[in-house]
Design a protein. Structure first.
Length: 64
């Protein structure tokens, strides 16, 4: 599954919590595929993640 998040100011950064909606039951690995960074694991029961990004954040989320 893929997700895209954008900072409110197109030239700015954003820091806070995002919610990964639509996940089936289970645990999922989250990866920023543009910057090739592993952002950790989320559980579908609480699919929230604290992030900090500049302009945009593009995620790939896969079942563990």
């Amino acid at each position: 599954m893929h997700y895209a998040y954008f900072a409110p100011d197109p030239l700015g950064s954003w820091k806070g919590q995002i919610e990964l909606r639509g996940l089936q039951a289970g645990k999922f690995r989250v990866r920023d595929y543009v910057n090739e960074r592993d952002l950790g694991v989320v559980d579908s029961r609480s699919p929230r993640l604290d992030v900090n990004f500049f302009r945009a954040l593009l995620l790939e989320v896969g079942r563990m």
